[in-house]
Design a protein around this ligand. Structure first.
Ligand SMILES: [Cu+2]
Length: 330
């Protein structure tokens, strides 16, 4: 008898093999790479090896320690993202700018990670002002529906972390070899503060719609997700709607909305697309409405172009080319 379980549409053979390979390798929530150099910008990659007593993980919350600054979480397909901002205890220098506030907690919500599977959750950030030899603790709350596991235990000074039942993931800071420029020009940005005006890309007309200023942001190596933006003007007398977007360079393009309220930034997928009312102009821009390219085949580089096909309810399919700007969208 065959026993084949279906785990939802996105899982193929590769995912199953992946899960098998990692099963039992690590019981705790921990970092994939447990060391980070002083004053380096890193992708802190948390591994979630299992759910809660057989139940699927639905939410992962990570508190960021002092000394891990200018943080930016990586959005994940199938999860909503929530970012809490607050004050740092110290002031950090970001290329001459004094930075006192930033992301202090990241929450991936409303997902569904089966207990049988392994996944990673990534936060880019800079290790700053931390002495070599120090371990930074990132307390994690793993939720499986109503069941909550707190990975927040930290061994007392000099104590043994191995004896802890639910240790917080630790990142050990080691001496860096060079203190030169670590090209972290992507650090220090928050996810909403980079609303630079898009340079004029090509303008495309389709029926009553005029689409202009298309651009995408350069992606960092190892980041599988990219953002895309453009402006749509509806010159007509009928409402239209952007229904979906596809691109040959990405496995899936989602339409997202970002919103910041009470220092909490939320990002969610708009499954019904975006309304383009008669006579209105709708702008997709950083920190607001945007396209999110998932499963990108090779990271967008500045100077590249990204072809997309937009499907509108009334205007139909429209081809557009997005210019890839810097990671800041300038
Ligand atoms: Cu998004």
């Amino acid at each position: 008898m065959k026993t084949i379980k279906t785990y939802g549409k996105t899982f193929g053979l590769a995912a199953l093999l992946y899960a098998t390979a990692f099963a039992g390798a690590e019981a705790h929530v921990s970092f994939l790479d447990r060391e980070a150099k002083q004053d380096s910008t890193i992708l802190a990659t948390l591994q979630v090896p299992h759910g809660c007593d057989g139940k699927a993980t639905t939410e992962v919350r990570v508190k960021l320690p002092e000394g891990f600054v200018f943080a930016k979480p990586q959005p994940k397909a199938g999860w909503e993202l929530e970012v809490v901002k607050g004050d740092y205890q110290k002031t950090y220098d970001n290329h001459g700018d004094k930075v006192k506030t930033g992301v202090i907690e990241v929450r991936w919500k409303n997902g569904n990670l089966s207990d049988d599977f392994y996944d990673t959750f990534v936060i880019q950030g800079k290790v700053s002002g931390v002495e070599a030899g120090t371990s930074l603790a990132f307390p994690v709350t793993q939720m499986c529906g109503e069941t909550v596991t707190a990975w927040d235990q930290v061994a007392a000074e000099g104590g043994d972390a191995h004896g802890l039942k639910s240790p917080a993931p630790l990142l050990k800071v080691v001496a860096g070899e060079d203190h030169g420029h670590d090209h972290d020009d992507m650090a220090g940005m928050n996810m909403s503060g980079m609303g630079a005006a898009a340079p004029a890309g090509e303008t495309v007309k389709a029926g009553d719609l005029e689409i202009s200023g298309g651009f995408a942001k350069a992606m960092l190596p190892g980041q599988p997700v990219g953002g895309g933006f453009f402006t749509v003007k509806n010159n007509g007398k009928t409402d239209d709607r952007l229904l979906s977007v596809t691109s040959p360079v990405s496995g899936e393009v989602q339409i997202h909305e970002m919103e910041t309220k009470d220092n909490v930034m939320r990002m969610r997928q708009l499954k019904d697309g975006i309304a383009i009312a008669a006579g209105e102009t709708v702008k997709l821009e950083p920190g607001n409405l945007h396209l999110m390219f998932q499963k990108v085949k090779s990271p967008f580089k500045q100077g590249d172009t990204v072809p997309v096909t937009l499907t509108f309810e009334k205007a139909g399919k429209v081809d557009l080319v997005l210019q890839v700007l810097s990671a800041q969208g300038k």
